[in-house]
Design a protein around this ligand. Sequence first.
Ligand SMILES: O=C[C@H](O)[C@H](O)[C@H](O)COP(=O)(O)O
Length: 258
Amino acid sequence: MAAGVPRIDGLESLGNPLEDAKRAAAYRAVDENLKFDEHKIVGIGSGSTVVYVAERIGQYLHDSEYSELVSKFICIPTGFQSRNLILDNKLQLGSIEQYPRIDIAFDGADEVDEHLQLIKGGGACLFQEKLVSTSAKTFIIVADSRKKSPQYLGKNWRQGVPIEIVPSAYVRVKDDLLEQLHADKVDIRQGGSAKAGPVVTDNSNFIIDADFGEIKDPRALHTDIKLLVGVVETGLFIDNASKAYFGNSDGTVELVTK
Ligand SMILES: O=C[C@H](O)[C@H](O)[C@H](O)COP(=O)(O)O
């Protein structure tokens, strides 16, 4: 390990077991997958786990051995929060329009099954996340171990599949999800105490959370939802991730590969 980059095995606890787990997964994922002389365009996802991915890459920026290469990395965000993570860690920001081919992308997930199919969008960032992750040659998931599904998607993540929709279509999509696709429950995501009315995404759309119980065939469900008029994208990420790092609070990490 280069001087200036903290060793993973010597890290002090953050005083919060869940944060320790997220950091362990993210740091391991960066250390084992980011190839400094090969990867130039790096996707940075959204959520609370990927914060530690940006932090780790930022640590390499301050190390003399890697500094020059890392300062040339172009980081592609998946939304407003992600953009700020890139800037806060003094990394170089680029856009997907400028760099539509990404070498490697890192992101969190809400649930991951054994085939590395994912539910994402718990933080309402799914459309840009899917744009970035499907534009990446390699897509790596970082998560704490709660995100690992015992079998089918929908088992641990009970909030429903996040679906980004065009606002004017919300009644129609809601009806179609219930009547045509037999969702058990469909909610327009609300801002809660932070905002009266629905959550508005970084793309000025709404999010629907549609509960289908345990999802035995995520690809088929994704396709069916995607065909509804008004749907922009679903939070089912199919055959996209190649590795998932699941962190535990003791600093150990489980790696699942395809
Ligand atoms: O919309 C949000 C994203 O899909 C996040 O990557 C996902 O919700 C996981 O977030 P976290 O790392 O905070 O659990």
